[in-house]
Design a binder for this molecule. Structure first.
Ligand code: PLP
Length: 476
């Protein structure tokens, strides 16, 4: 299996080469040259693999179609180490909760940090350790977070050989629970840096450091952001698992509703569907930051400035630009790399938008690729959280509520819809209290974490200071 860039760079690479890289050299995103096809016999076999041997074995089956530069026995061991009941809270790993006929939730948020990013990040941590060990290399991961990504990365990389994490977050702006999750980690290879500023300041510092190529090379700086192909690939697995859990046989169809921000989660659904998994529709749910909903309704993709990016009660979907979206557009355009480059490199960078509404290919987003979309607001979230709690006794978080709201709005008679649950309510307690007048349940392992000692370095929003800190701590 070889990987190409969505912007047409002539190089082709293997999995382990792109594992430690972010963007392709031409600024494009990596995709496999072709999606491996899963026929009826394979689907039947995989259903049995999940039932008899469990999620990790299914993960190995899916991953091994895309990874041919890690020996099968090693890849199998990595999957078995990653997807355990101890780490993900149940043998099912992604259990389904049926709400009513044809309508269920798939829990992706029972990992160490209680958000779906653990599903991919935990695998990434083990893949990184394996590959760095094989090369005798080291990596210093530099990232910026407003909450979920940073903690998922830290819990995945803690204690791993060859990897250090330097995670920037806006000082005093994450929820007390999120701060406690990150700052209570005492592992020597995890460095929390609280920047006196907002999330954008953190991101600007990461960009400035990454653009200093000499520094980047000298200090072996890498990232774990959502455009990493390995993260996306890990997510493909739970579409297969969700499909098998929701159906009795492989002649049924299932639609997935996905709370979306950077389009990483739902893009994995697109890949699963392209492989031949019988997915009916992919229902994209956004919050007030509706860049993606606007595209699927009109064909116009218009990135927002920071003044037009709202702070909402589903904060992990507060994006102005969907960093994985280029992968889908590349497929939609019949894999025309020159045109993809024109839209994303020239069009988007210079005009902040492009418009495919008049292009006959745009209609295929719905007709051929199964995409529909919708939008949810703070009032919708409150109403949905209340309704689901009252009718089914199930407490859902704010992001999942966006997914449920749009799923119900779009669901057709007879359609089986699985909504991906992307976080647990405890992470967003304030809005739960607003909706239900009570505190969310807290998993036992998080009892009292706010009171634990904290390990964090507070710093001015200053690129030189951050570089100095990395330099001082990257050999320890
Ligand atoms: C990251 C995140 C999302 C958005 O996922 P994308 O892959 O960026 O579309 C949704 N919900 C939660 C809880 C998240 O952490």
């Amino acid at each position: 299996m070889l990987y190409l860039s969505t912007r047409g760079h002539p190089d082709r690479k293997r999995f382990c080469e792109i594992l430690l890289e972010g963007l392709a050299p031409d600024g494009g995103l990596y995709l496999p040259e072709a999606y491996p096809q899963v026929d009826a016999a394979t689907l039947a076999r995989w259903r049995a693999v999940l039932a008899d041997q469990g999620y990790a074995a299914l993960a190995f089956e899916v991953l091994s179609l895309y990874i041919d530069d890690i020996p099968a026995a090693d890849l199998k061991a990595i999957c078995a180490r990653t997807y355990t009941a101890e780490v993900f809270g149940s043998a099912a790993i992604v259990p389904l909760t049926k709400l009513e006929d044809g309508f269920s939730l798939e829990a992706l948020s029972n990992g160490p940090t209680l958000a779906f990013k653990d599903m991919a990040m935990q695998l990434l941590g083990n893949l990184f350790e394996y590959e760095l060990g094989r090369r005798g290399a080291e990596l210093n991961i530099l990232g910026a977070t407003s909450g979920d990504t940073g903690s998922a990365a830290e819990y995945a990389m803690r204690g791993k050989q060859g990897v250090r994490v330097f995670m920037l977050s806006p000082h005093g702006r994450m929820s007390p629970f999120q701060q406690a999750q990150m700052f209570s980690l005492m592992d020597a290879n995890i460095h929390n840096i609280a920047v006196e500023g907002v999330f954008d300041d953190c991101q600007d510092i990461v960009k400035a450091v990454s653009n200093d190529l000499d520094f980047k090379r000298q200090y072996k700086i890498g990232t774990v952001n959502s455009i990493n192909w390995a993260r996306l690939l890990a997510q493909v697995v739970y579409y297969f698992a969700g499909y098998f859990y929701a159906t009795r046989s492989n002649d049924q169809k299932v639609s997935f509703a996905v709370p979306s921000g950077n389009f990483g989660n739902v893009c994995a659904g697109h890949v699963a569907r392209q492989m031949g998994l019988p997915i009916g529709r992919l229902i994209v749910a956004t919050n007030e930051n509706d860049v993606l909903d606007e595209f699927f309704r009109t064909g116009t993709y218009r990135v927002r400035g920071s003044a037009d990016t709202y702070e909402t009660s589903s904060p992990s979907m507060d994006i102005s630009k969907a960093s994985n979206f280029e992968r889908f557009v590349f497929d939609l355009l019949g894999r025309d790399a020159a045109r993809t480059k024109e839209l994303f490199d020239d069009g988007l960078r210079q005009q902040g938008r492009f418009d495919l509404g008049a292009d006959p290919l745009f209609a295929q987003a719905a007709s051929r690729y199964g995409f529909v979309s919708g939008k949810s607001t703070h009032a919708d979230r409150l109403a949905t959280i209340q309704d689901i709690f009252e009718r089914f006794g199930v407490m859902i978080d704010t992001h999942t509520a966006d997914g449920v709201k749009v799923a119900r709005e779009r669901r057709q008679p007879g359609e089986t819809v699985v909504v991906l649950e992307t976080a647990l309510p405890i992470k967003f307690a304030e809005t739960i209290r607003e909706a239900l007048g009570r505190d969310p349940e807290r998993p036992a392992k998080f009892e009292g974490i706010e009171a634990l000692p904290k390990r964090v370095q507070v710093m001015r929003a200053d690129v030189a200071a951050v570089k100095r800190y990395i330099g001082d701590h990257c050999h320890a």
